[in-house]
Design a protein. Structure first.
Length: 50
């Protein structure tokens, strides 16, 4: 597995604490986008690039 050095790691420390509401909103948004993609792609998602 190839690893890379993390550039500008300080930005993660400066981001602040995430609360349960923020995580819930992010997951709800992800599910909404998945639902929209399923309407577009159905069961025919493109194959991953290799």
């Amino acid at each position: 597995m190839k690893s890379e050095n993390l550039m500008n790691a300080q930005r993660f420390f400066n981001a602040g604490i995430v609360d349960k509401g923020m995580v819930t909103a992010a997951l709800d948004d992800a599910v909404k986008h998945l639902d929209l993609n399923m309407k577009v792609f159905g069961e025919n998602f493109p194959e991953p690039q290799r």
